[in-house]
Design a protein around this ligand. Structure first.
Ligand code: TNX
Length: 558
């Protein structure tokens, strides 16, 4: 054992797998020696990489306490110790890919594009000791093992969905969440901005959406989902805040995909502008909902609604440069459309056989509008139930059969299946979590870390062409049971690490035990960043990885 440790110290590391990197790079080759990184190490950058260089410099300053010198490549100043950030558009790498060469004399990151360079800098940060580690205080250089990494993502869509409708998080919390996504090389934040229980985005043309729709009169407390706390709750993001967050994410190579829910999960919007609902049904009385679950309020299929939605989406398109705009489409009960004479007349007029077809007709109209804005429509998998436009992308959350259905029709798909990506489920046994207090309540169901890790989003594809239609995968953070960012973190981490590897690393390279040992290193970064993550419980009857008993898995109090 001692001999092995000495050998490791000499060569830097014994094998690639022992490097604390998540997601695991595509290829790592060990070389002789190490690069000595210190506060004096400078960053030399290609002039098109100023943003990446500045962000990396700030990250390094957070470690060493000193802002590293940065110099554009064309300034031929001598730097005695440097990390070089280069671009090589001709490099034989997929988009987002990079090469990292660490040698005793220098560290060089070469990206296919700027996102590749950014990913390379995240790898370096994972290789360095975390913030606050003793080494940063005593001024000994940190040793980066000499190596060559060639790395690129498996999927172009590596995402997290965050629901801010059920609970609302301040701008600073969203930025912090984005930083942690970037640390894991995730690149898509699907921002679920509207819900029955709250509308969270300022729309200039319709001020009541936030005056009325952003507030509810009560919420269910933790531990008793069928009751009411009687406390008014709400909040929303101004357009300036949204621009700020979009720019913050973009600098970190994360695209934000906004979601505006229609025709269901729309009670808050309908409460703000009641004329947009099915006003001709008995007992029509929309309000911002105070309980979770599925509610019957849906937009009426009338011209006024389409004008409203196009105006809203017009403002959304101005705020969000993403190619995709998410229009929701999930869990839209058909009860009100069945009851509404007006909706039934529209169905007759348009020759639609049932309410599912009415939803597809609704979605097609919105799709046409988005196309006119040069955007692509994406929606939850229910939007295919009544027929589907070829250009629509399907976000599959229910059974894999809906993925197969969309793939067979030739549509693109993002895999977001409940079985493997619902981070609002328990990651340790529910009884153990609830024993710690009501604030540990999750929606239900089990989704342990290992199950997330086992996910193969492409398993539904039957041909290589279908495999290409799978754009990627994302995890969902529905936030009925996450009143603050601490609880969001507790649900998200460390499962986010498993998802990141599912989305980035070739499926054949994934080995659970190896992932878990690398996760030990990543958790040191979590600790240093004061992230409120859930410590995974060990196998039944044995001590957990952190020494705790599985009956009482340790986790910071949310
Ligand atoms: C279903 S998944 C929903 C959400 C809930 C979630 C809870 C989907 C597209 N809709 O509205 O928050 O279940 O797990």
């Amino acid at each position: 054992m001692k001999l092995l440790m000495i050998a490791t110290a000499l060569t830097g590391f014994a094998c690639a797998d022992s490097l604390p990197l998540i997601p695991l790079p595509v290829s790592v080759t060990a070389r002789e020696g190490a690069f000595e990184f210190s506060a004096g190490t400078a960053i030399r950058f290609d002039r098109d990489l100023k943003t990446e260089a500045d962000l990396f410099a700030a990250d390094l300053q957070a470690l060493t306490g000193t802002a590293p010198k940065t110099a554009a490549e064309e300034l031929r100043i001598f730097l005695h110790s440097e990390i070089r950030l280069d671009l090589d558009a001709a490099a034989d790498l997929p988009a987002g890919g990079y090469k990292l060469v660490i040698s005793p004399g220098a560290v060089v990151v070469t990206g296919k594009d700027s996102s590749g360079v950014y990913h390379g800098t995240r790898t370096i940060l994972q290789l360095l000791p975390p913030r606050g580690a003793a080494i940063w205080k005593d001024e000994t250089p940190a040793r980066l093992p000499a190596l060559e990494i060639t790395d690129y993502p498996r999927f172009g869509w590596r995402g997290m969905m965050l629901d801010v409708g059920r609970h609302f998080y301040p701008v600073a919390d969203i930025k912090d969440f984005i930083d942690w996504m970037a640390f894991h090389k995730l690149n898509t934040l699907h921002w679920h901005l509207t819900e029955d229980q709250g509308w969270r985005i300022e729309i200039r043309k319709y001020p009541k959406l936030t005056e009325v729709g952003a507030y509810r009169e009560s919420s269910p407390p933790y531990g008793n989902r069928k009751s009411d706390d009687g406390v008014r709750y709400g909040g929303f993001y101004t357009q300036d805040q949204i621009r700020e967050i979009v720019a913050y994410a973009a600098a970190r190579h994360i695209t934000i995909i906004p979601e505006i829910e229609m025709p269901g999960h729309a009670a808050a919007a309908i409460a703000s502008y009641p004329e947009l609902g099915n006003t001709d049904i008995p007992g029509y009385a929309p309000k911002v909902m105070t309980r979770w679950g599925v509610h019957p309020y849906t937009f009426a299929p009338k011209e006024e609604t389409f004008r409203f939605l196009e105006d809203v989406l017009g403002e959304v398109c101005e705020l969000f440069p993403s190619k995709f705009i998410h229009i929701g489409g999930d869990e839209a009960p058909k009860t009100q459309w069945r009851e509404s004479k007006f909706a039934q007349e529209v169905m007759k007029r348009e020759g639609l056989k049932n309410e599912e077809e009415l939803q597809s007709w609704f979605v097609r109209r919105i799709g046409k509008f988005l196309k006119s804005k040069n955007r692509r429509l994406i929606g939850w998998d229910e939007i295919q139930e009544g027929g589907l436009d070829q250009s629509a992308t399907m976000m599959v959350w229910r059974d894999a059969k809906w993925a197969r259905h969309a793939l067979a029709l030739g549509n693109d798909v993002v895999m977001a299946t409940t079985s493997h990506t619902y981070f609002d489920y328990y990651q340790n046994p529910a009884a153990a979590e609830l024993a710690k207090g009501d604030e540990y309540e999750a929606i239900g169901g089990d989704l342990p870390l290992a199950k997330v890790y086992s996910y193969n989003p492409a398993s539904v594809a039957e041909t290589p062409a279908q495999e290409k239609q799978i754009l990627g995968t994302q995890a969902q953070l529905w936030t009925e049971y996450a009143k603050d960012m601490k609880k969001v973190q507790y649900l998200a981490f460390p499962r986010i690490a498993a998802l990141a590897e599912v989305a980035w690393t070739p499926h054949e390279s994934k080995i659970l035990d190896d992932f878990l040992s690398r996760l030990d290193g990543i958790m040191k970064h979590y600790d240093a960043g004061k992230l409120n993550y859930c410590k995974p419980a060990g196998p039944p009857g044995k001590e957990g990885r952190d020494g705790s008993r599985p009956e009482s898995p340790v986790g910071g109090k949310p």
